[in-house]
Design a protein around this ligand. Structure first.
Ligand code: PLP
Length: 387
């Protein structure tokens, strides 16, 4: 069966060049990067080259890059590294759970947390962020691009507000890195998260940009790895893979990969919106080039995901399955979608490996599958009378 993967916001396939770059570090280059002999020097050099590559992607200094076990750990390190009991933290209602649940834990341990809302397009208003500032506000953490809708937040405006108020600004840029240009100086953020496996690197590795002078309390204690910001022997193959992925991301943006992906995404989106009773979540907001999130009224998103998977097409809903019941996506709910419509929404996310054939395959499959599921839907047949 043909298999088409349009779920690149969940994870991306490792690019062949990335795998090739990593391979020696599972084999002949096995040294501990802290060892002073030849073997250690070899892996140390590889780790530091990767750090330069990540720094080039983010436009920062290599010394400002902390390697972690992924996006989740980097988000945790940024937030727990700064917030103390009595501090106030500002975040948004549409953050990834790596930020949202970290803030929830903070709130349970003596911090105050404000969740700024989003509008119907899925956008945070920088004015709301400014209004939320209190004398004890320590940190603002607002994501760069949303994982479910792809909507790009006004991070530069927020960075300016944070700088004026002398408050730390962290941004989870996991879904922006490699898709659009990131420049931590222009944004004016103090901390920024990326993850290897969301930009065609390996799973289990990520990085936190932490501006020089930012006093982070580590979460892990042990050796003085990562300038004492993250103890533990480095994941050398993973770090090398992340470095290569960062290099390829920079080159890809220079070569217009993003425009090619946007063109495919736009075709997919335009054709899917031709189906009756559909709509775009995040319409008229700025978005990363690879993501489209569409509701198909009258169907259960999960049912559509399963039906499409049976035909070899991988897509996803943003919904979380907790205790057997499917909860509507917190992102779409925050945008004001009624629960039914949120549950009828599907995220399509493209990657560098996708081709126009993949889009054609999806477009040949989805309209008939949606029609078939709607025929079976009691909700749909009832409303069909009034349509
Ligand atoms: C995937 C993702 C994360 C978590 O990254 P991991 O490397 O999987 O831990 C954090 N934030 C966003 C926006 C994500 O999409």
């Amino acid at each position: 069966m043909q298999r088409v993967y349009l779920d690149n916001n969940a994870t991306t396939p490792v690019l062949p060049e990335v795998l090739e770059a990593m391979r020696p570090y599972f084999g002949e280059h096995f040294g501990n990067a802290s060892s002073i002999h030849h073997h250690g020097q070899e892996t140390r050099a590889a780790v530091e080259r990767a750090r330069e590559s990540v720094a080039a992607l983010l436009v920062c200094r290599a010394s400002e890059v902390v390697f972690t076990s992924g996006g989740t750990e980097a988000d945790n390190l940024a937030i727990f590294g700064l917030a103390r009991p009595g501090d106030h933290v500002i975040t948004s209602t549409i953050e990834h759970h790596a930020v949202l649940n970290t803030c929830k834990h903070l709130a349970a341990t003596g911090c105050e947390v404000t969740y700024v809302p989003v509008d119907g397009r899925g956008l945070v208003d920088a004015v709301d962020v400014k209004r939320a500032i209190r004398p004890n506000t320590k940190l603002i953490t607002i994501m760069f691009a949303n994982n479910e809708t792809g909507v790009v937040q006004p991070v530069t405006e927020i960075g300016k507000i944070a700088a004026e108020a002398d408050i730390y600004f962290h941004s989870d840029a996991v879904q922006a890195a490699g898709k659009i240009a990131i420049d931590v100086i222009r944004i004016g953020c103090d901390l920024l998260t990326i993850s290897g496996h969301k930009l065609h690197g390996p799973q289990g590795v990520g990085a936190l940009f932490a501006r020089k002078g930012t006093q982070l309390e580590p979460m892990l204690y042990g050796g003085s790895h990562e300038r004492s910001r993250r103890a533990g022997t480095e994941n050398v193959p993973g770090i090398v893979g992340l470095g290569k992925a960062a290099e390829l991301a920079v080159a890809g943006l220079e070569h217009g990969d993003d425009r090619k992906i946007a063109a495919m995404r736009d075709t997919l989106e335009r054709e899917l919106l031709e189906i009756e009773a559909t709509g775009l979540n995040g319409e008229s907001a700025p978005r990363v080039p690879n993501t489209t999130n569409i509701y198909f009224d009258g169907i259960e998103g999960e049912a559509l995901v399963i039906a499409l998977d049976l035909k070899g097409l991988a897509v996803s809903t943003g919904a979380a399955c907790s205790s057997g019941a499917i909860e509507p996506s917190h992102v779409l709910t925050a945008m004001g979608l009624p629960s039914d419509r949120a549950k009828a929404s599907i995220r399509f996310s493209l990657g560098k490996q996708n081709t126009t054939d993949d889009v054609d395959y999806a477009l040949a499959l989805i309209p008939e599958t949606v029609a078939r599921l709607r025929e079976l839907s009691p909700v749909w047949s009832k409303t069909a009378v009034s349509r």
